[in-house]
Design a protein around this ligand. Sequence first.
Ligand code: 3UK
Length: 539
Amino acid sequence: MKTAHVDTFARDNLPPREQWPEFHFDLPELQYPERMNCATLLLDDMVRAGHGERIAIRAPDGECSYAQLLAQANRIANVLVREMNLKPGNRVLLRGPNNPMMAASWFAVFKAGGICVGSMPLLRAKELTEIVNKAEITHALCDKRLDAELNLALPGCPSLKRICFWYSDKKNSLDALSEKQSAAFENIDTSAEDVALIAFTSGTTGKPKGTLHFHRDVIAMCDCFPRSCLKPSKDDIFIGSPPLAFTFGLGGLLCFPLRFGASSALVERFTPDTLLESIQKFKATILFTAPTMYRALAGVWDKSGKNYDLSSLRKCVSAGEALPDATRQLFKQASGIEIIDGIGATEMIHIFISHAPEHAKRGATGHALPGYTAAVLDENGERCAPGQIGRLAVKGPTGCRYLADERQKIYVRNGWNVTGDAYVMDMDGYFIYQARTDDMIISAGYNIAGPEVEGALLSHPVVAECGVVGVADEERGMVVKAFVVLKPENKSDDEMKKILQEHVKRTIAPYKYPRAIEFVAALPRTETGKLQRFKLRTP
Ligand code: 3UK
C-alpha cells in the first residue's frame, strides 16, 4: 500500500515482516479499506453523519460539540503544517493531562499525517529524553503547566526542533496560533498501514519499548472490545482516570466514545472522592479505571457516595492489572455494578480478553474477544490442557510491532503475541490470570502466583492494599512475602501478621501463605496504576 508519509522513519524502523505476529480480520466489521485516516472516521465522518451538534468532550470548564472539536483539531492541524512545518510521518510529542486541547491535538496530528507519541504527564526529563531520541521526535505540543521537565529534556533532544504550548497566554501559544488559522483542513490520505501512533510501554524495567500502531489499528480497537463487550450507545458519557498517553485511556476516553457518537468527560486529576463527584457532575455512564481505584471507590462509596447522585453510572471497565475477586465483590456491594474486567496491552493497543457483565466469572478475565484467538501455551509452544498453567498467547486484528527493538523476537513467537502473563484456561474456556510470567514465585518446589495470595489478603477487612512477591530464602529458594497497607486504625504488629497469615491459610491452599509480612504506608505504583513488584523485591 502506498504510504502518505514523506518522512519514512517509522516505516523504516518497523520490525522485519517475518517477525510480525499474524494478523486476522475475520469479522465483517474488521474489513477495512486500503486507505484510511483514523481522524476522518472518528471525527469528520461523525460530523458529516449529523453528530455535529452533539457533545463530544465535556470538561470542568465547558463542553465542546463534535463540530467544535473538529474545527479545533483542524485549526491545530493547520498550525502544525503551516507554522511548524510538519511533514507527514514526522513524530509529534503530545504532553498534557486529559483535557480538550489534548484531545484536539491528538486528532490534529492524525489529520496532518503525523505520528502521535503520547507522554504520561508524570514523565521526567530523563524518560522524555529517552522516548524523544528513540522515536526521533521532531515536534511537540505541550500543556504549559507541564513544560518544566520538557524544557529540562531539550538539551539532550537534538531532533526536537519545534515546540508549541497550549493554555498559555503568549503570542505564539497554540491557543493564539490556532485562533488565526482556518477551521477547515483536508486530512492527509493515509494508508491503513501508515503508522498513526507510537505508544511507549509503561515497562517496569529496562529501556522503554515503542509500539507502532497503524491508522487501521486505532479503528480496530474501537471495533473489538467496545462492540462485543461494552456495547455503548450514543447517549453514553465516558469518564475515567487513565492518561490519553496510555492506550487504555486513548481508547476508553477518546476513540471509543467518538466511534459510537457518544461523549467523554475529561478530568485532569482524580482522587476517589473527586471521581465520585465528577460522575455526578457529568452524569457519567461508563467508567474506565484500574483495579486499585475500584477498591478505593468501594471504600469511600458508602460514606461519600451518599453525598452524590451516582445513579447515572451503568458500566465499569477495569484493566491494567488483575482485578482481584475481593475488589470485584466489594465494588458490586457498594455500587450494584458488576465490573467488566479486560486484559489489554500496549503491544496489542487495547483489550483482547474480556467478558460482558452478565458473563463475569469470579477470578476469571473472560474469553478471547470476537476477532481474537487466545491460547495458553507451554514452553514448546504447544497448547496446555485446561487447568494447566502456561503462557498467554494471542492473535487478532492488532499486534506487536516494536520500533527498532530486538525484543520483538521475545514478544512475538510463531505468529503469536506472547504477553508475558501466566494464565490457565478452565473447562469452560475462561482465561484465568495467574501472574506475570517473571513474577511467579517458586518456593520449596511449589509454584505460587503472587496475585492469588494478594486476592486472599484483600478479602480480609483490615487490608487496604497489598503486594506479594518472592524473596530469596536459603532453605526454600524463595519465600512468599506480603507488603500490606492496613486500613486506618489497625495495629501493625505481630499479632496482626498472625491474623492475616491464618486468614490466607483458610482462604487458599495453606502452603501459599506469606511467611513474611511487612506493613507499609503505601505501595510503589506506575502512573498507569500498576504495582511495581520489582521495587518490592529489591527494597
Ligand atoms: C497486565 C492485566 C491481568 C498484563 C492496557 C488495557 O495494561 C495495559 O497495557 P500495558 O502495556 O500492560 C500490559 C500488561 O498488563 N494487565 C493488563 N490488564 C490486565 N493483567 N488482568 C487484566 N485485566 O500483565 C499485561 O500483559 O501497560 C490495558 C488496554 C490497553 C492497555 N495498554
